[in-house]
Design a protein around this ligand. Structure first.
Ligand code: FEO
Length: 390
């Protein structure tokens, strides 16, 4: 779909909206599609393109450039080598003879991936300037949001900061600028949360630049940068909220009964709960809930003595995303044998959460088991109070 917009004088969004994509990395659900933003900057002396869309959309990018009658692109800035931003680079080189600029790491990756040859690339360093005539680009090193190669690009005279994946969102929309940050939060959870400390550091650099427009390479742009920067400051902080995330799976109703009792007990105690039945859950929504929660309680039956594969999958995802939750527990039911707790711990070595006494019961939960769950709710409440969360 056509997506040419002039976001400020002589700066155009020429990328592609992907309305139909429903999965990223063969893992991340995209309920609202995504976009691969690409930006054309026409200076009086040099023309630059920033990022070069997913391979599936390279024809759209080239058509958009035709519609703008672009007959020369001096430089393609590759802010990050991942394929969803480098898909059209080789075609741009073929058509325009462009030189590709990127971090040293990005250039190495592009060459290793077979996208460019060494004679068509040049590494840029942190703080390096590139004159386009009436405008100037500044390159800013921003590694580990979420690859080691990322740079931001600042168009000084227009105060536009291009941030590639950082501050982006997976959203297919005809809107240009963000009106809320729901999709950005989900994207942060899925992509940036494992790199929280780096994201926090780069936020400071962005604030110092004081851009008027932030232009990521996915989803919506930000023409009120303070709003998204404040949201990110909250998400990347060490602060947690009075929330418990409860992902669970139940085979015969025993674990579900325990989960229901826990959820009611937590609500009675004034603790917010986000409950996810893993047979129905959108993992992006679950990831998003992990951004703020103080506590995670996993619910699982024993599946051949071990955690059910759906909860094991969730534990592996949580271990990779590294949420800032302080506490965790495990509740569940078994028939003839259980190694649930040891296995769950082994699946999450990255997480430093304190484990509150798990509740694992044989068969359907009985009165004593339900009292144990209430004690777990009491313990969660006590710890949340100690953190001053309520
Ligand atoms: Fe949007 Fe890391 O690629």
């Amino acid at each position: 779909m056509k997506m040419i917009r002039e976001i400020c004088k002589n700066v155009f969004q020429v990328g592609a909206i992907d309305w139909d994509r429903r999965l990223f990395d063969a893992l991340i659900p995209l309920p609202e599609g995504t976009s691969y933003n690409s930006y054309l900057i026409k200076g009086t002396e040099k023309t630059v393109l920033i990022d070069a869309v997913d391979p599936s959309k390279k024809d759209l990018l080239l058509e958009n450039l035709d519609k703008l009658c672009v007959d020369n692109i001096d430089y393609v800035v590759s802010q990050h080598a991942e394929q969803d931003h480098s898909g059209a680079i080789k075609f741009l080189i073929d058509r325009y003879g462009s030189t590709v600029l990127g971090s040293q790491k990005c250039i190495e990756l592009l060459v290793d991936f077979g996208i460019v040859s060494k004679d068509k690339v040049r590494a840029v360093s942190d703080g390096e300037l590139l004159s386009l005539g009436d405008m100037t680009l500044e390159f800013i090193s921003a590694p580990w949001v979420h690859w080691p190669d990322t740079i931001f690009t600042y168009l000084r005279e227009r105060k536009v900061l291009f941030t590639c994946d950082f501050l982006g969102s997976h959203l297919a929309t005809s809107d240009l600028f963000a009106w809320n940050h729901d999709s950005a939060k989900r994207y942060y959870a899925e992509i940036m949360m494992p790199f929280r400390a780096n994201a926090r550091r780069h936020l400071e650099r962005v604030r110092m630049l004081a851009p008027e427009i932030i232009a990521p390479s996915h989803g919506l742009l930000h023409n009120r940068p303070d709003a998204v920067l404040s949201a990110y400051a909250d998400w990347t902080s060490d602060d947690v909220k009075n929330e418990v995330v409860v992902p669970f799976v139940s085979m015969h109703g025993s674990t579900e009964k325990m989960i229901s009792h826990l959820v009611d007990a937590l609500i009675d105690r004034g603790v917010s709960v986000k409950r996810f039945d893993l047979t129905k859950t959108d993992t992006g929504a679950l990831a998003s809930s992990l951004v703020d929660a103080a506590t995670i309680v996993f619910g699982t039956p024993a599946f051949i003595t071990r955690p059910h594969p759906l909860i094991a999958y969730t534990a592996i995802i949580a271990n990779a995303l590294r949420p800032k939750a302080r506490f965790a527990s495990i509740i569940g039911s078994y028939g003839w044998g259980a190694r649930i707790v040891e296995e769950m711990r082994s699946l999450m070595p990255n997480l430093k959460m304190e484990i509150i006494e798990p509740v694992i019961v044989k068969g359907y939960p009985k009165e004593d088991d339900l009292r144990a769950i209430e004690r777990l709710a009491d313990e969660i409440l006590r710890r949340h109070r100690e953190l001053g969360l309520l």
